[in-house]
Write a protein that binds this ligand. Sequence first.
Ligand SMILES: [Fe+2]
Length: 445
Amino acid sequence: MNIIGISEGFHDAGLTLLQGNKIIFASHSERYSRIKGDKWIHPAMWPKSQRYQPDVVAYYERPFLKNLRRWYAGQKHQKPRIKYDVNFGHHESHAAAGFYTSTFDECNVLVVDAIGEWDTISIWEGKNDKLKKIKSWKYPYSLGLLYSAITARLGLKPNEDEYITMGMAAYGEPRYDLEPLLMENNHRGARVIWKDASEYDLAASVQALYEKKFLELVDMCPHKNLIIMGGCALNCVANSKIKGKNIWIMPSPGDAGSSLGAAALVRKKKLEWRNPYIGYPILNGIHIKSVVDQLEKNRIVGIANGKAEFGPRALGNRSLLADPRWDIKDTVNDIKRRQRFRPFAPAILDEYADDYFEGPMNEYMQFVAKAKHDHKAVTHVDGTARVQIVKEDCGSLLRQILEEWYDRTGCPMLLNTSLNIKGEPIVNTWEQAEEWSRKYNVPVF
Ligand SMILES: [Fe+2]
C-alpha cells in the first residue's frame, strides 16, 4: 500500500511517501519552492512514477478544530489545498512520527511545539504499536509560542530563528522572570515587553525557563525510553540536560516531519527507519580524494551528493565542510552571511568522539557535549559543541570523506554546516549546488 502524508497550510509544509513499512521519500517543501518555511506542498514533491501513486492521502491535523482555535486567537481561517482521505490530530501526528520510526516497544512520547489545534504540550504512551495520550496542556499556555515570541522580540524570525535565540542564550544571564507570560496570547508577540532589556539576557531567560519546564515534563514520563517531538525537540541544549533516559528524536521533529507521522498513522505499525537521507536524490557520485585534496588546499568545500537529509540539519549530503584546525569561523560565517558570533558544529568519526568530546551526542546533532580540544571554530562560547558522530553505516559518503581526511591529517573531524546562506533553504538539486558554487566561489562536489 502506498501512503502519502502531508502537512501544509501554515508553515513548514512537508510530504512523505510510504510503501508498506518503507519510507520511500520525505522532504520539506521549502527545498523545492526555495521559499523558507513554505506552507504549501510543491508539485515537484508528488511522486511521478505510476508505482508510487497513493492509495491513501493523510493530513496532519484537524482543520475544523484548528480553525476554531484560530478564530479564538484572532487569526484567519485557513485550510489545506490538497485533497486528503483521512486526517489525524496535530500532536498525534508529531507523536507518531517519533514512535513509528523508533525501535522502542514501550515508551513515552513528549510533544512540545508552539501550537497545533489546541494542544501545545502532550505526553503519550507508546506500547505494542499503539499510541495513547496521557496528558496535555492547551492554548494559550505554550512553551513554543513564548520561545517564538521572544525570538521575534530579539528582531529574529519566529518559527525559524529559534536556534539563534538558543545560541545567544550562552552569552547572557537569565535575569528576567518570563513565567507569567506563559499564560498570555503570545501569538500577538512579546515585542513590547522588557523594553530596555539586554537581548542576550532575554535569550538566556527564555532558555532557562524552557529548560526548567521541559525537565519537569520529562519527569512526568515514567518510561525509561523517551521520544521527544515537536519543534521544541530541536532545542539540543535542553535535550542534553535529560538524565537517565534512552532518547529518540526523529531528525525532522517539526511540522514537516508530521507528514511522516500522519502517513504512519494510517498503518499504525513500525516503519523501517534506516537513516535521514530520504529526500531529493543527486546521483552524480563523488570522488573522495578530490574532496579531501580541496580541503587540504583551500580548507572549505561544498558537498551535494546522494539523497537530501529530512530535517533542518545537513548531515553530510548537503553540507559545507571545512578544516576545523584553522581559525575559519569568520570565513565560513562571511560566506554564509551569518552573524559572526555563531558557532559551527563538528562531524567526527564515531570511534574518536569520546577523545574529543564529553557528554551526550548522536548521529543527528540533537545534543551538545563539552569539547576536550581547542579547535575554536567548532566550539561555542560556553565550550560546548553540537556534535554529529559519523558511524560506518551512516548512509552518507561523509564517512569515507572523514576517513580519508583522518588518514592524511590525523584529525578525525571536520566542521560541518548546511549548504546554504542565512535565511535561504538548503540546496536541493545539483543545479542549485552549481549556482551556489559560482555565487560564493566555493567548489561543490
Ligand atoms: Fe507542531
